[in-house]
Design a protein around this ligand. Sequence first.
Ligand code: SF4
Ligand code: SF4
Length: 283
Amino acid sequence: MDITKEWFIEKINNFLENDEINRMKMVDGSLIFDPDVIVGFVSGNDPIFSDYKKIIGEFYLTPKEAYSWYCKKNGIPISTEDISVVAYILPIALNTKKENFEYSKDKPSERWANTRLFGEKANVNIQRHLIDELKKLGINAMAPIQEKLLFKINRKIWASNWSHRHCCFAAGLGSFGLSDGFINSRGKAMRCGSLIVDYDLPSDSTKRPLDPYEYCSNCGDCIDRCPVNAISFENRHDKNLCSKHVMGTVPYIKENYGINIYGCGLCQVGVACENGIPEKLLE
Ligand code: SF4
Ligand code: SF4
C-alpha cells in the first residue's frame, strides 16, 4: 500500500476526532485541536537541513543524523537514502483562540493553558500513533523529539536540536513571522509536529518560499499584543524576555486552573495571522 498525504491527513484527523486525549477534560470536554490538519513532506536529504546547521548551530540534527542514531539504537541496518520528513499543523480550536484574546492582557486563558499541557500530550500521541500505523505497514519511522537520549534543548539560547516548526518550513507549509510563530493556512495559533519516515515521499520543497518570513505582513499586531515588549521591528523576537514572562505564568495557572504548565500565546490571537496567511498577502 502506498502512503500518501491523504493517508496522513486522515489518520491525524481521525485521531483528533476520536481520541479522548484531544478533549478539554478539565474544562468542558470540547476538542483541543480542530480535525482540519495540513501535512507537508520533504526529503530527509534536502539541503535545507544542512543549512539549518549553519543558521541554528552545529548542534542541530539533520534527519540523516537523527535517523542513523535511531537505527543504531534499535539494531536496524542504517539506510538513509529514502528518508522523508513529515510535518503537520494542528489548528487550535476557535473558542480557545477567542477566549485567549478576550481573557486578559497579560495572562493566558484556561483553555489556552489546557491546550499547552494536554494539547501537547495529544501531539506526542499523534506522533506515536503514526509511527505505530507505519510499522504495521512495515515502514520504520521515528520522532526525534520523543527520543530522550537524543533530543536536547539549549536553554542559554532557547534552541533545540530538532524543531517541528523548521520541519514545517522545510516541507513548504508556511513561513515564520515577526514573533517567531509559524504562519500557515490554518493560522499561527497552532501546535505542530514532525517525524522521520523511511519512505520516499513526494517532496513539497517547491512550495517553500525563498524568504523565511514570506507570509508575515509586518502589520505589527503581535508587537501590540505582547505584554512585555518582547517583539519589535528592530529586534524581532526577544526569546529571553518572552521566556521569562511565559515561565512566570506557572503560579497563576496552577492557582487558577489547577494544572502545572506555563503559557501565553497572546501574540498569536487577535492578530492578522491568527487564522491564516494575512489577507493582504493573499490579494
Ligand atoms: S501579527 Fe503581523 S507582524 Fe506579527 S507575525 Fe503576524 S503578520 Fe507578522
Ligand atoms: S508568547 Fe507572550 S511573552 Fe512571548 S512574545 Fe508572545 S505575547 Fe510576548
